[in-house]
Write a protein that binds this ligand. Structure first.
Ligand code: G
Ligand code: G
Ligand code: MN
Ligand code: NA
Length: 254
């Protein structure tokens, strides 16, 4: 199966779709946002995970078209939820650093916000930690422009890279997402506990929100609440689910 050539047609063949994983306030345990997660259903019978096709899309340049499709559909969906009367929640969209570096990225985001009626402050872009070490003038400038629009920035997979406090404060970061490898097994791993506590207190001192990823057990939740981690994402509360299932959850939480 050749991913690269089939991927070029995935958008036109309507083979791409999004699932959404809820993100909860650890205080209220209510949904405050969702992360859009891309899925590719090849010929309607072969589900290819993003971990397989995103790296290939990045190499071929197809990531720009795919990323635009994701942003458009995620913003459309959020706009629909809001206009149908659900309480506002944020929409977190994974963005490849290559998209961010594309000279038209800012214009694309602005156009999508306008066309979908999505309010900028509910759009969050998730970018992996490597963005922090790529502090080129160009990247810093585009992040600044997005901030001015009101779009939020979240650092994904935090803790796996080699970024520093200094780099974190250079960008206007709204949230960091603690990589799930630190949450996995945390309740009986002294080192992981220390690392997660340090990340939370560092974020607090910079006024940055913290999302813990991959929360699967009550014990992990307890530790995170005790240490004042603001937000929780993981199988304990919900897997990535369809837009319809998100709606059901939003309706129930009134
Ligand atoms: O959902 P899943 O666990 O299969 O996701 C695997 C990886 O694919 C994650 O690292 C996630 O960030 C990435 N991913 C999912 N959707 C998108 C997307 O729309 N754009 C980009 N660039 N990456 C995505
Ligand atoms: O790299 P990124 O954080 O974007 O990847 C998100 C992926 O993590 C999603 O594809 C989702 O399926 C996966 N994920 C979300 N919650 C959990 C969890 O509680 N446990 C595990 N093992 N994976 C999770
Ligand atoms: Mn992510
Ligand atoms: Na992550």
């Amino acid at each position: 199966f050749e991913i690269k050539n089939n991927l070029r047609h995935a958008i036109n063949k309507k083979e791409l779709f999004l699932n959404y994983q809820p993100i909860y306030s650890s205080l209220t345990e209510k949904i405050i946002g969702v992360e859009a997660l891309l899925r590719w259903n090849y010929e309607g019978n072969k589900l290819i995970p993003p971990s397989k096709f995103i790296p290939i899309a990045e190499k071929s340049g197809e990531i720009n078209a795919i990323g635009e499709w994701v942003l458009t559909n995620a913003c459309k969906q959020n706009s629909i939820w809001q206009s149908s009367g659900h309480k506002p929640i944020f929409m977190s969209v994974n963005v490849s650093i290559l998209q961010l570096e594309h000279p038209n990225f800012f214009e694309i985001v602005r156009r999508i916000l306008r066309e979908t009626g999505m309010k900028a402050r509910y759009l969050q872009l998730e970018i992996t930690e490597t963005i922090l070490t790529k502090n080129t003038v160009q990247v810093i400038e585009i992040v600044k422009q997005l901030n001015k629009l009101g779009v939020r920035l979240a650092i994904d997979d935090f803790g796996t890279g080699y970024s520093s406090l200094g780099q974190l404060s250079k960008f206007n970061v709204d949230k960091i997402k603690i990589d799930r490898m630190f949450i996995d097994g945390i309740t009986n791993n002294y080192n992981k506990k220390k690392i997660v506590k340090a990340i939370i207190s560092m974020a607090k001192s910079l006024n940055i929100g913290v999302i813990a990823e991959g929360v699967e057990t009550i014990e992990q939740l307890g530790f995170l609440k005790q240490n004042r981690c603001n937000m929780i994402q993981g199988y304990l509360f919900s897997k990535p689910i369809s837009a319809k299932e998100i709606e059901r959850k939003l309706s129930k939480s009134y």
